[in-house]
Design a protein around this ligand. Sequence first.
Ligand code: NOJ
Length: 475
Amino acid sequence: MDSGKFPDSFAWGAATAAYQIEGGWDADGKGPNVWDTFTHQGGDRVYKNQTGDVACGSYTLWEEDLKCIKQLGLTHYRFSLSWSRLLPDGTTGFINQKGINYYNKLIDSLLEMSVTPLVTLYHFDLPQPVEDQGGWLSEKTVEIFEQYAEFCYATFGDRIKHWITINEPYFASRLSYESGIFPPGKELIGTGAYRAAHNMIKAHAKAWHIYNTSFKNKQQGRVSIALDSDWAEPLDPNSLADKEGTERYMHFRLHWFANPIFIDGDYPEIMKSIISQKSKEEGLTCSRLPEFTEEEKAMIKGTADFFCLNYYTTRKVKTLSSETLPSKRYGNSDMGAEGITEPNWPIAGVEWLAVVPWGIRKLLAYIKHCFGNPEIFITENGFAQTDPPALQDVHRWGYFQETLMEVLKAIKQDGVNVKGYFAWSLLDNFEWSFGYSVRFGLFHVDFEQANLPRTPYYSANEYAKVVKGNELIYK
Ligand code: NOJ
């Protein structure tokens, strides 16, 4: 197969997130979030101590973003709301009308252009006052998030029909509360990520329910969560140990969140038994993995109306024996396995991003099989360039093409119900710990110039052709 049509009304999009593009970090009454605090503290935790204070300036230059969207001919645009722009202290106690005005302008303009918005409520930028009360480690955040979600549905839900509650709870919990690479920089190894994730899952479920009971009838929208996952395969396909390691890898990565939400309201057995056993061996009286009550399980089960997948890469998995386990208890050690990359896989701009287009096809078929053939939106996929990037990114477009071809095979040959594809990202932006050194945009942003001009990469022009024809012509 070297070309092919995508299904009718396939959603073609690009994605961004508030902190990564907006800037205006304290404009018009916005409150501080954890990334504002973290980047302002310096300490070399972000490349060259860069910040999102200005980023792509989308808070003021949003019309420039619309021009990019138009140039691509997108049918959909995924962006996130800055929680602390809307609710400066994170709660509905004080509402910032100027924040509402900003998103109203953006949403109304998108709709005028016939572009369907997909809105993420929370994309890593927790309001600092919420973090100060314990952040995701605290049960209180579940309720605060539910109220924030309710406020967003009430304010924008007349026009927004696709909601994503939380972006990548795997990384949001692991990087913020276990490895400490993301704010608040907590290194609670073996416990922090599990506790944070536990509250995120409950917060997501509550946000789904409040929509379902109070808004769905009238607004007719749908709510989901964006789960990220690698595809994984055994390093040695003949090794039973590596096969079992791969199963554990997928469970600690994807099923951790997808099982409770899409299957039965609870964590996978494999996680529960391993972590409980290890906790016992460590002399703890209860498992480091928190438990859901029966009532919570019933509340969590079935709380996604479609499946949102962020896919970037694939790993070969090697089982770790007790001698090779890392001394620190990062997820690897509970999982008893390690994901590695093949030396011949190209790396796209950033060390973790090994380019493995066929991985997306396998992962899509796996999701179909494990989670009841859901409608799937690929809410992120992309490739980076290092700085300075080439405007003629012919190579990178090749990665996009190969990946899209695999998506097409998943749809046509494997019968996976893929409804849309969102390239990460519309613009070069603040790539978290990597600052502006890693460029994921379809549009180049010149961060040296005050007006932050956007220029299409070769990939943008090629992507526009795919979008226009709803078709991939490959080679
Ligand atoms: C996933 C995250 O959602 C996004 O914020 C990030 O920039 C991309 N991956 C690339 O790392």
